[in-house]
Ligand binder design. Structure first.
Ligand code: SF4
Ligand code: SF4
Length: 68
């Protein structure tokens, strides 16, 4: 299981990671960070291939991919 973590406070909710994830497992949280952005969260981590596309796409360097 590969875990993607998002630094909630860095995320601007741009959706790049959500659009580009081939597994469509990056989604927008219903929660907002302190600046009012709905940040990204990973769902269904068992589907994650650790391809790193979300990490590469993020303009805020908010994403970390942990390979398990
Ligand atoms: S590492 Fe790849 S499969 Fe996993 S959440 Fe990111 S874009 Fe999706
Ligand atoms: S690409 Fe980065 S800033 Fe944009 S929604 Fe995803 S985690 Fe947030």
């Amino acid at each position: 299981m590969n875990i993607v973590t998002v630094d909630n406070e860095k995320c601007k909710g741009c959706e790049f990671c959500m659009i580009k994830c081939p597994k469509k497992i990056m989604v927008k949280s219903s929660e907002t960070n302190s600046t009012g952005y709905n940040y990204a969260v990973q769902i269904e981590p068992e589907k994650c291939t650790a391809c790193g596309i979300c990490y590469t796409m993020c303009p805020e360097a908010a994403i970390t991919v942990s390979v398990k």
